[in-house]
Each structure stands twice: as structure tokens, then as C-alpha cells.
Unconditional design. Structure first.
Length: 164
């Protein structure tokens, strides 16, 4: 008997998404951190081809090594600053050049500031907005060009290569 949380009632782990990601290309941002790493490893275990990225080089490389040690397929771009549209373009190009498409974009990476609201500077506020909201929800720039280096978010770059 199993629970809905991915653990059998006997305490044994069970596949969370058995086969649901088999052969899917999943871009996971923030793979150098704990949640990003866990996501990348879970996706790889479930058969996905994982494309990761992080600003932190060594932790991101460790995640790739861990995924590969478990038999998963993973590549990664680091350092990767998602606030830089050129890096977003490079990340998408890595996914497409390695695996031919993108099926899932899991935007986790962010840079947050923790402080009392009245103590957050305007610079911190603007940076948090850029790194928490704009990375995911920024509107496409004018024009149809979504080439690397254009002023588009990773979502905009990836949309060109999403499989329907």
C-alpha cells in the first residue's frame, strides 16, 4: 500500500511519476541549490533528459555528477545568470543542441532579499522584482526575434522549441 506522497506505508520509496517524464527534455533552473538539485535528480530518475543551470558552478557540477552516477542524462550551463537574456538564450540553445527540443521548463532559480519590508532599499526591491517576477513572467520584447541575446526571458526563448 502506498501514500500519495511517494512513500509506501511500509516506509519504502516508490516512483513519484513512474514513466511520466520518460524521454522528456526538462530544463531546470537553480540546480546548484537543494530544491533544484532534488528536482533535477528526481526528473532524471524518472527518465527525463535534464538541462540544468545555476550561478554557482561547483554545486551545479555536483548535481550533474550525481544525476549521471544514478544513470540519468543531464547537462548544465554554469555560471548562468538568468537575468541576462543572452544566458537564457545559451541555456535554451544547450537544451536544443543536446536533446532537440524542450518539453518542460521548471523555473526555480531566483535571488531573494529577506528583510523587514520597511528596511528593504529601492535597489533590493528592484532586484527582487527582476529576479523573482521578471525571470518567469516578463512580457516578450517587441518583434519576433527570439535569438540568443534578444531581450526576452527564458520562457520566451524556450517557447520556440516546445514540443506540442
Amino acid at each position: 500500500m502506498t501514500s500519495d506522497l511517494g512513500v509506501s506505508t511500509a516506509g519504502e520509496p516508490r516512483p513519484l511519476m513512474a514513466g511520466r517524464l520518460e524521454g522528456k527534455v526538462c530544463v531546470v533552473t537553480g540546480t546548484g541549490g537543494s530544491i533544484g538539485r532534488a528536482t533535477a535528480l528526481t526528473f532524471a530518475r524518472e527518465g527525463a533528459f535534464v538541462v540544468g543551470c545555476d550561478v554557482a558552478v561547483e554545486p551545479a557540477e555536483e548535481t550533474v555528477e550525481m544525476a549521471r552516477a544514478e544513470g540519468g542524462r543531464m547537462v548544465s550551463l554554469q555560471p548562468c545568470r538568468l537575468s541576462d537574456p543572452a544566458d537564457c538564450g545559451r541555456l535554451v540553445e544547450l537544451a536544443v543542441s543536446e536533446f532537440g527540443q524542450i518539453d518542460v521548463l521548471f523555473n526555480l532559480a531566483a535571488a531573494a532579499y529577506f528583510n523587514r519590508l520597511e528596511d528593504i532599499s529601492d535597489e533590493e526591491w528592484d532586484s527582487a522584482r527582476r529576479n523573482e517576477v521578471d525571470l518567469v513572467a516578463r512580457s516578450p520584447a517587441s518583434g519576433d526575434d527570439a535569438s540568443p541575446g534578444s531581450e526576452r526571458s527564458c520562457n520566451d526563448h524556450a517557447e520556440r522549441f516546445r514540443r506540442n
